[in-house]
Ligand binder design. Structure first.
Ligand code: NDP
Length: 401
C-alpha cells in the first residue's frame, strides 16, 4: 500500500522538504503540505508541479491546536508527519501523532514562546507514550541538529574506539546582500544567538558539567576546508544535550558558528534597544512582543534564495583514540546556495535542513530506521543516512588529520 506523507510548515524549510519528498515520491506516496497560511502551501505546490510535474495536496491547519491536527492527520490518513513548522508546535504535533498512532519527525527541539530553553526534556518525556502507542518519534532531523549527530555516530562507528572531544562547526559563508537578515526563522534564530553560550566538559573527577558563557564571549578562528579561516563563536546548540548521553568516552563537546562583524553589530544594537525581547510590552494600548515585531520587519528567509551566493560548510572536528593511537578527523559537507536555488528555489540553509528531514522520514518509511519511542539521530545506524546524503544532494567528505 502506498504511503501518505503530511508535511506541516510551509516556510523556507517546508519548501525544501516538499520538493525533496516529491523527488522521492515512490517512497513518500501522496504528499500533503499544510500550514497556517494555505496560500504559502499553494505557491510551493504550484512550483513543484511546474518543476517536477508532481501534484501535492495542500491544507490549512493551526498546529497549536491538537484537535485541528488530529482531524487533519485522520483526513490525510498519514503514514508519517514531518514537522517543519516552528519549535513552539512540537508538543501539540507530537500529541496529535500519539492520538492517531502515526510516526513523527522534527528538526528543532520544543520551545515555549515565553522562555528560550533549548532542551529536549518535554519531548523525551513522551518516550513512554510513543513506545506504548507503537510509534516512532525522530527528533532533530535537520543539519545541526541532524546530520551533525549522524556524523558523530559515523565517527564513533568507523573511526574511533573512543571519541574524546567534538567541536561542531557551522560556517555560512553566503551573502544575501541585505544589511541584516536571518537564514531561517528570524525569531528562532535570534533567540538562539542572543542567548548565553554553553559547552560540556568533564571536570577533574570525571563528571560532565555544563559551562555557561556570555553570548559571543568565546571566539575562535577555525580554518574551514574549501572556505578558509573565519571568526567563529561558541553557542549552545541542542544536539550537544543528546550527544553527551550517546557518544562513548566523551570529555568535551562544543559548538561554534561563524558570524560577520556587521551581523554582530546589528544584533548588539537591536539587543541594546530591547528589540530582541520575548516578553510582551504595551504599545499604544496594544500588547506586542518586540522579537515578533522585528521578525515581521526582517526579510522572510524563504525569499532569500534568489539573491544568496556563496557556500555553507557544516561539520564535526573529532579527536579520540583508535587502536591505542590518537586520531583526529573532520567530517564536513559543503553546500552552494545558488545550486540549491536552481534545484528547489531555496537558499542553502533551508536546503541543508530540509534534505536531512526528508532523509530521516525516508529511512523511517523504508523501515531502515525503526524503533518505538522517541529517539535522537545518533541512536540509529549512521550508514544508510550517510549514503542517502551523498545521493540526495548533500555529499560529505572526511579529512583524516
Ligand atoms: P519559517 O518561519 O520560514 O517557516 C515556518 C512555517 O511554519 C511557516 O510556514 C508558518 O506558518 C508555519 N507555522 C508557524 N506557526 C504555525 C502554526 N501554529 N500552525 C501551522 N503552521 C505554523 O521557518 P523555517 O522554515 O526557516 O524553519 C522551520 C523549522 O526548521 C524551525 O523549527 C527551525 O527551528 C528549524 N530549523 C532547523 C535547522 C536544523 O539544522 N536543525 C536549521 C534551520 C531551521 P504560516 O503558514 O502562517 O507562515
Amino acid at each position: 500500500m502506498s504511503n501518505r506523507t503530511l508535511i506541516i510548515g510551509a516556510g523556507g524549510v517546508g519548501n525544501v522538504v516538499a520538493f525533496k519528498c516529491a523527488m522521492n515520491s515512490e517512497t513518500f506516496g501522496d504528499i500533503t503540505l499544510a500550514s497556517r497560511t494555505v496560500s504559502k502551501c499553494d505557491a510551493i505546490s504550484s512550483n513543484i508541479k511546474e518543476k517536477l510535474g508532481i501534484t501535492l495536496s495542500t491544507a490549512k491547519v493551526d498546529a497549536d491546536s491538537v484537535d485541528e491536527l488530529i482531524a487533519l492527520i485522520k483526513d490525510v490518513d498519514a503514514s508519517i508527519v514531518i514537522n517543519v513548522a516552528l519549535p513552539y508546535q512540537d508538543l501539540t504535533i507530537m500529541d496529535a501523532c500519539v492520538s492517531c498512532g502515526v510516526d513523527y519527525l522534527d528538526t528543532a527541539n520544543y520551545e515555549h514562546p515565553d522562555s528560550a530553553k533549548f532542551e529536549y526534556k518535554e519531548q523525551w518525556e513522551r518516550d513512554e507514550i510513543f513506545a506504548k502507542s507503537n510509534i516512532m518519534g525522530l527528533l532533530g532531523s535537520g543539519f545541526d541538529p541532524g546530520a551533525t549527530n549522524v556524523f558523530c555516530a559515523y565517527a564513533q562507528k568507523h573511526y574511533f574506539d573512543e571519541i574524546h572531544t567534538i567541536d561542531i562547526l557551522d560556517c555560512n559563508d553566503g551573502d544575501h546582500g541585505y544589511p541584516f537578515a536571518t537564514n531561517f526563522n528570524p525569531e528562532i534564530n535570534l533567540r538562539e544567538v542572543s542567548s548565553n553560550g554553553r559547552y560540556w566538559e568533564k571536570n577533574a573527577e570525571g563528571i560532565g558539567e555544563w559551562i555557561e558563557t556570555k553570548p559571543m564571549e568565546i571566539k575562535q578562528v577555525w580554518d574551514y576546508p574549501e572556505i578558509g579561516k573565519r571568526d567563529s563563536y561558541l553557542l549552545y546548540h541542542e544536539e550537544m544535550e543528546s550527544l553527551v548521553k550517546h557518544i562513548k568516552g566523551l570529555k568535551r563537546i562544543r559548538f561554534f558558528m561563524t558570524f560577520g562583524e556587521s551581523y554582530l553589530t546589528h544584533m548588539k544594537c537591536l539587543e541594546n534597544v530591547g528589540m530582541l525581547g520575548i516578553k510582551e510590552v504595551s504599545h499604544k494600548g496594544m500588547k506586542i512582543v518586540p522579537m515578533e515585531f522585528l521578525a515581521t520587519l526582517l526579510p522572510d528567509p524563504a525569499t532569500l534564495g534568489v539573491r544568496t551566493t556563496g557556500r555553507t560548510n557544516i561539520g564535526i572536528f573529532a579527536k579520540g583514540i583508535k587502536d591505542g593511537k590518537e586520531k583526529t578527523i573532520y567530517i564536513y559537507q559543503i553546500t552552494d546556495h545558488e545550486k540549491c536555488y536552481k534545484e528547489v528555489l531555496s537558499q542553502g540553509v533551508s536546503y541543508t535542513t530540509g534534505v536531512p528531514a526528508m532523509i530521516g522520514a525516508k529511512l523511517i518509511l523504508e523501515g531502515k530506521w525503526q524503533g518505538k519511542g522517541v529517539f535522537n539521530m545518533e541512536q540509529f545506524d549512521p550508514d544508510p543516512f550517510m549514503k542517502e546524503m551523498n545521493e540526495q544532494g548533500l555529499p560529505w567528505k572526511i579529512l583524516e588529520m
